[in-house]
Design a protein around this ligand. Structure first.
Ligand code: ANZ
Ligand code: ZN
Length: 884
């Protein structure tokens, strides 16, 4: 390449086009399994095609790209794929708003966002791309579901949904606004309909235990998963039930308790409104029936149940205490969940806070059965039934003992637990039981834009899986949406089919899958494009994912389903591993300043940062802000997560257009460590652009003076030359660690910036000087390549090399010999105070250093009349003389 023809002006557009077309021409990032290098699968969570990339995407995918390119430079066979999580509700809403079909809107968005991703220059194997809304993707999901149905992992049961009585449709949680339907404004009701579930609870213990084998996952994510699985050990205890009227026959009720030690404090039983005994009692009790009806309204979420006011009603039934034989009333209570344990609770208002509240409200008896062994004050001494105290409910404390509990008095939590477990197991009145908070995964959605659930309903044969030969069940894409009913629900023709078993007339299931289904196995599909099944043997080459990257908002649902699905794949003998991903990185949010004006009615009108000019004083501190359009003041609202609601999103495309992809990539890696919040500010982006231009100029100036590839003889170097060489290799050493082990990209960039500063001060036109500068610039270009691959691609050629794929060059190696300092400066302290410095050979023996330090004139002066007690030498840094 002719050096002089290259403009010394950094023109991002032409540099980026040249690099990208080189990568495309050479299919640089398409990979396969026939490589003798170790594999590395780097995966970023796939985007929902909402219309345009946002900064969160850019951050996520840049982190993934930096890791991918770095890993490839260290000699790995790196897979970095990309696809589209293409089903979902926003497409339906957009379709209604824009009078188009969800499919059309989705495909157009994919086209646009793909070109945006390409403009950022990510090293993606695009040959593996897919959209999850295509039949050739979801056919595998349908086949898997049919197989899971046969294995009993998939099953159908009634479950509660939000029902809009005006639109006659089921609403997603996000379509219920303040308890009303988003379209109709009607009060939403709870309704039970049959829905499909996957038995994730069968895997609860394995999902829990597996977390211990994931050292590469953040502790915060593992903790959230543990809490979500919510394992608790307790007893199931049977209480006999007596009817208050003759119409109710004798019965029994089982409760699940984690606190059998409090059994003697039971003063009533609480059951869920849906409990069979509640329904039985209501049959003869209209007031109770009305109350149960009332409970059906209101929220279905656990959070709502936790916070709502406690309400209940006596069923009239009486339960018999299994130890004392006392009769206690059975109440319906709105905080008892039907779906947890047995749907019935032994109430211990003395030691359970919810029961305490409930007992107060309904004037039920409160009985103390736990006391502090050695109370410290009167409050601890005397149980006080009028106010709740935290220690009443603490089972982890060892300074508590049972009281008022007859033969169990004096026991602690463990002792009482074991004694009662044994007693009940012996008498057949109960047993030990482990419960999980985790529920089975409800996968039915009543929306249109999703994967059809492959089931056929026949009056004679019931719910019949669609035979594999008839898959896929294709979702029609050319539809019109009115926002009320799913097009496949309102089209009788689509529903009509014949029963695969008896051949009679039958109807298709018109529900579709939860979109978490598609994102639960996409990582496996990337490994096996075109495979007949979900994944083939190639999966075992690439899996598990070596580095997974995505937002912390997926810590629970997606990441739990993803781990669950991998176990389903394993149990279907499709993969050999137990976990889908070895390392997980959750990137922080992208935040930006917010600006607003208050309108006449007191509402805040948010103004986009792009339309605002920030005013600063001479020291750079912000003094105010004004709208560019009218020059008038706007209020500063502080930094917040980029969002539509605060209108503080910065469009990545506009940044790429203005500064180039490398600058945007560089800023998103420099502004913060990956796990932390990244504050977007354009001054910082400009700073990155300046740095790239400076590097560009440094390389061109150097090249104009003549590139030099033969290394200089280290023995013949001057002190300055040695110093620059040392800086180069120190930088290599630091950056390698920052990229590889620490994922500390910001400090890696800062180190290369320092190297560039050193180069600026290095003014040496000798042949050796040129060679040392060449080495330093080559290192800078390669070290930055994972982050600024386009600029590096161009500068590598300016440095006198043929156009090549930098990812296939080895990552720069640190020459440890270059790190050795021949001369070091040591500070001399006498009793902690600096008294002088000496220059010594780096390998000088200690006794000689000590002698030189004592001879240093200023030090010698301060030492007069003092006796040396001790001399401490910190090699390369300090000589500490302790004297008196
Ligand atoms: C008596 C008792 C005394 C309880 C006490 C707690 C404290 P975790 O740890 O979440 O498993 N419970 C059981 N089933 C329930 C349901 N379906 N809805 C609401 N609450 C239910 O919680 C187990 C405890 O929650 C159980 O132990 C039970 O109350 C309650 F001082 O039994 B406990
Ligand atoms: Zn049939």
């Amino acid at each position: 390449m002719s050096v002089s023809a290259e403009p010394a002006v950094h023109d991002p557009k032409s540099v980026e086009t040249a690099a990208q077309s080189f990568w495309d021409r050479n299919r640089a990032f398409e990979v396969n399994e026939s490589s003798d290098k170790p594999k590395f699968y780097c995966l970023s969570m796939l985007p929902y095609p909402s219309g345009a990339l946002h900064m969160g995407h850019v951050r996520n995918y840049t982190i993934g790209d930096v890791i991918s390119r770095y890993q490839r430079m260290t000699g790995k066979n790196v897979l970095q794929p990309m696809g589209w999580d293409a089903f979902g509700l926003p497409a339906e809403n957009a379709a209604i708003k824009n009078n188009t079909a969800p499919a059309k809107w989705t495909y157009a968005n994919i086209e646009h966002m793909r070109s945006q991703l390409k403009s950022l220059g990510y090293a993606i194997d695009w040959s593996r791309e897919f959209a999850t809304c295509r039949p050739d993707y979801y056919v595998h999901e349908q086949r898997m579901f049919v197989r899971l149905l046969r294995k009993g992992i998939a099953y159908r049961k009634n479950s509660v949904v939000n029902w809009d009585p005006v639109d006659q449709t089921v609403l997603a949680n996000e379509q219920v606004i303040d308890g009303r339907g988003w379209r109709s404004g009607a009060l939403v009701e709870k309704r039970e309909i049959p829905q499909w579930f996957l038995r994730i609870t069968d895997y609860a213990q394995e999902l829990l235990d597996g977390l211990d084998n994931l050292p590469g996952w953040p502790d915060s994510v593992k903790t959230m998963q543990r809490n979500w699985i919510g394992r608790s050990e307790g007893l199931e205890i049977k209480f006999a039930v007596e009817g208050s009227t003759d119409s109710i026959s004798p019965d029994s009720i089982s409760v699940f308790t984690t606190r059998p030690d409090t059994l003697m404090g039971v003063t009533f039983i609480s059951i869920a409104g849906e409990h069979s005994l509640a329904l039985k009692a209501a049959a003869a009790n209209p007031a109770l029936a009305a109350f149960l009806d009332e409970l059906k309204r209101g929220g279905v979420s656990e959070a709502e149940l936790e916070t709502q006011e406690k309400r209940g009603m006596d069923t009239g039934l009486r339960a018999v205490h299994p130890v004392t034989g006392d009769k206690v009333p059975v109440w319906v209570a709105n905080f008892v969940l039907m779906g947890y344990g047995t749907g019935a609770v032994m109430a211990v208002p003395g030691h359970d806070e919810r029961d305490f509240e409930f007992a107060h409200k309904y004037q039920l008896p409160i009985q103390q059965v736990i006391a502090l062994k050695s109370p410290k004050n009167e409050a601890e001494q005397n149980y006080d039934a009028s106010t709740w105290h935290d220690w009443y409910g603490d089972k982890t404390r060892t300074d508590l003992e049972l009281v008022n509990s007859g033969e169990f008095d004096g026991l602690g939590f463990r002792g009482a637990f074991e004694a009662l477990a044994e007693r009940f197991e012996r008498k057949g009145q109960g047993q030990r039981r482990v419960n999980y908070r985790l529920r089975d995964w409800g996968v039915s959605r009543q929306r249109y834009w999703g994967c059809p659930i492959p089931v056929i309903y026949c009056n004679k044969c019931g719910a019949v899986p669609v035979p594999e030969s008839q898959l896929p069940v294709v979702l029609p894409e050319n539809v019109t949406l009115d926002g009320v009913k799913s097009p496949i629900k309102s089209d009788p023709e689509w529903r009509k089919t014949t029963c695969p078993e008896c051949g009679g007339a039958a109807e298709r299931e018109t529900d579709t899958f939860d979109t978490f289904m598609e994102s639960s196995w996409y990582y496996a599909r990337y490994t096996s494009p075109g495979a007949k099944d979900m994944v083939d043997r190639r999966g075992n080459y690439w899996l598990p994912v070596d580095q997974y990257i995505g937002g912390i908002e997926h810590a629970i649902l997606h990441l739990m389903y993803f781990r669950f699905y991998h176990k389903l794949l394993r149990d279907a003998r499709l993969v050999d591993s137990d976990e889908p991903a070895t390392n997980l990185l959750c990137q922080g949010m992208v935040i930006a300043d917010t600006y607003y004006r208050e309108s006449a009615n007191g509402n805040k009108e948010w103004i986009n940062p792009a339309d605002v000019e920030v005013q600063r004083d001479e020291r750079g501190r912000v003094t105010g802000a004004a709208l560019i359009a009218d020059g008038q003041t706007v209020m500063i609202g502080g930094s917040e997560k980029m969002s539509k609601s605060k209108n503080n999103g910065v469009d990545p495309q506009s940044m790429v257009d203005k500064y180039g992809a490398d600058t945007v990539r560089l800023f998103s890696m420099f502004a913060a460590p990956p796990e932390q919040s990244l504050e977007w500010n354009e001054a910082g982006v400009e700073g990155m652009s300046r740095f790239l231009r400076r590097l560009w100029t440094q390389v061109h100036k150097h090249a104009a003076a003549g590139t030099r590839h033969s290394a200089a003889d280290p023995a013949s170097l001057t002190a300055e030359q040695k110093a620059l060489r040392r800086k180069t290799h120190e930088t290599i050493d630091k950056v390698a660690g920052d990229y590889g082990r620490r994922h500390s990209f910001n400090t890696a960039i800062a180190a290369v910036m320092e190297l560039s500063n050193s180069l600026n001060k290095f003014d040496d036109a000798t042949a050796n000087g040129q060679a040392i500068r060449q080495e330093a610039l080559e290192a800078a270009v390669l070290l930055l390549n994972p982050i600024t691959p386009h600029t590096s691609h161009a500068l590598w050629q300016v440095l006198g090399h043929a156009e090549t794929l930098l990812e296939d060059l080895p990552f720069p190696q640190c020459d440890t010999a270059a790190l050795v300092r021949d001369q070091v400066t040591l500070a001399i302290q006498v009793n902690g105070k600096l008294r002088g410095t000496i220059e010594v050979a780096a390998d000088l023996p200690r006794d000689q250093i000590e002698a030189l330090a004592r001879a240093e004139p200023n030090t010698a002066k301060f030492m007069q009349g003092l006796a040396i007690r001790k001399v401490i030498i910190v090699p390369g840094k300090i000589v500490n003389i302790v004297a008196a």
